[in-house]
Design a binder for this molecule. Structure first.
Ligand SMILES: [Ca+2]
Ligand SMILES: [Ca+2]
Ligand SMILES: [Ca+2]
Length: 197
């Protein structure tokens, strides 16, 4: 009867795995750091900054020339989600958009979010710190695979500087062990059936 006992234990385990196939997850994924555009002192929207750098190497705390010379990809890599209940992107930036519309793109798709044009449009030191929190739920389909490439698309030659970004996602992440245990459970049921015949 020992084999039956092992099989029963595995069945219980697989039931537990089936009952809890995933975990709720609420996470902030950041790109760059909240260090006042590299100055070392965090800033918030409405404050003034007189410069930026040193660059972090991921596109933050440095001047991005914008198209056509530099269409920069800001790539987030994180865990994948089986479902997403809320998603947003926070971005802290300066000097953009000046001469025309500024639009957010995700994974090569244009979103309907437009960054308000600056007034006066020709910005100079000290730059006013700007921030936006963008609801990404309409674009959750692009986020669930654990990879999101963000682009800031404006007029040619309209440079910008980003202090940092935070991608916030609430949702459900699959537990890898659950799938394995479920497979074991199915195997055990087959074995038990053969022995009982
Ligand atoms: Ca930095
Ligand atoms: Ca600019
Ligand atoms: Ca920064």
């Amino acid at each position: 009867m020992r084999i039956e006992r092992v099989v029963l234990s595995l069945l219980v385990l697989s039931f537990v795995a089936w009952a809890q196939p995933s975990l709720a997850d609420s996470t902030n994924y950041t790109l760059g750091d909240d260090d006042g555009f590299g100055s070392g002192t965090p800033v918030v929207a409405g404050m003034k900054v007189y410069g930026w750098g040193p660059a972090d190497g991921d596109g933050t705390d440095e001047i991005i020339a914008g198209p056509p010379t530099d269409v920069r990809d800001f790539a987030f890599n994180y865990t994948s989600y089986s479902s997403i209940t809320s998603a947003s992107l926070f971005v802290q930036y300066i000097d953009w958009p000046e001469s025309g519309l500024g639009v957010l793109w995700i994974d090569g798709h244009q979103t309907s979010f437009e960054f308000p044009r600056l007034d006066p449009w020709e910005q100079a030191a000290p730059w006013t710190v700007l921030a936006a929190t963008i609801d990404l739920m309409p674009y959750a389909g692009y986020l669930s695979d654990g990879e999101a490439v963000i682009n800031f698309v404006g007029n040619n030659g309209d440079a910008y500087i980003i202090d940092y970004m935070a991608l916030s996602i609430d949702g459900v992440v699959p537990v890898p062990g659950a799938a394995l245990l479920s497979m074991l459970g199915v195997g055990c049921v087959r074995m038990l059936r053969r022995r009982l015949r």
